[in-house]
Design a protein around this ligand. Structure first.
Ligand code: COA
Length: 261
């Protein structure tokens, strides 16, 4: 696919889009243009019915994304900082709410904005050599692309505060132990991300989307509200042809052929 992007690769195969942040000389740090291109790529993925899942990764074997571009941060005043944070949050909100599973294939440093990018993805797989952290306080700032909120929700406030306040960069193994990543890969993390995406794609796409919505939106409110949402979405799933096909296939002892409706 010709995208015209300067800092991003976007390829689609077998219903899976792969977005590669390509700024290896700066360890794939996120400047304004990278964020702009990422936003555009996400809209393309969202609007393309042939794409059912996506993978986000970084170019090369050193970095996933080593954070927001520190040279840009150095030029910020108060208003620019608030706008920078808002812009990053909006792009990562779009990623989180895209309605298709997105897997972060963390192939190296995932620091600051890179860690926050991974946190906005649905699942996170890490290469054994990856290093992950939110080192912002070591620069006199704090995570501003959703990290304080998403990390605390994912691993709990105690572990999130430990990582944020110490600015520590942890290993993939440690990230797995605290639940920050789903899996540590011995081989190629990108190949493993494709395998996991393919595993998801075997399931009913509407059900996958509704389940993601139930978990993600459910976490925004109380347990009661979450359960009410789950009931409603369960009802929505029951109105789909996919549900009839999935149940019939089980009873007829054959693989289901889902149509996504
Ligand atoms: N923003 C801008 N440039 C960055 C960057 C960032 N977040 N992270 C790395 N780079 C650049 C370096 O400035 C360097 O550029 P140069 O060759 O033009 O000097 C290049 O990427 C390679 O990085 P370098 O620091 O030389 O590699 P290293 O192996 O010695 O260290 C890190 C790797 C990741 C430990 C180190 O680059 C680092 O700490 N980066 C910042 C991480 C961070 O604090 N991120 C949060 C930002 S809010």
């Amino acid at each position: 696919m010709t995208t015209g992007y300067e800092f991003l690769g976007l390829e689609t195969a077998d219903g899976i889009a792969t977005v590669t942040v390509r700024r290896p000389d700066k360890l794939n740090a996120l400047n304004e243009k990278v964020l702009f291109e990422l936003c555009d790529a996400l809209f393309r993925i969202q609007g393309n019915p042939r794409v059912q899942a996506a993978i986000v990764t970084g170019e090369g074997d050193r970095a996933f994304v080593a954070g927001a571009d520190i040279a840009d941060l150095a030029k910020m005043d108060v208003l620019k900082a608030v706008e920078t944070s808002r812009r990053g949050q909006e792009v990562f909100d779009l990623l989180e709410g895209i309605g298709k599973p997105v897997i972060a294939a963390i192939n190296g440093f995932a620091l600051g904005g890179g860690c926050e990018l991974a946190l906005a993805c649905t699942l996170r797989l890490a290469a054994r050599t990856a290093k992950i952290g939110l080192p912002e306080v070591s620069l006199g700032i704090l995570p501003g692309y959703g990290g304080t909120q998403r990390l605390a929700r994912l691993v709990g406030p105690g572990r999130a505060l430990e990582l944020i306040l110490t600015a520590r960069k942890i290993s993939a193994e440690e990230a797995f132990r605290i639940g920050l990543v789903n899996e540590v890969c011995n081989g190629q993390v990108l190949a493993r991300a494709r395998e996991v995406a393919s595993e998801i794609l075997k399931n009913g796409p509407v059900a996958v989307r509704l389940a993601m919505e139930a978990v993600q939106r459910g976490l925004d409110g109380s347990l009661r509200e979450g359960l009410a949402l789950e009931r409603q979405l369960f009802g929505v799933a029951a109105g789909t042809r996919d549900m009839r096909e999935g149940l019939a296939a089980f009873m007829e002892k054959r693989p289901a052929k889902f149509e996504g409706r």
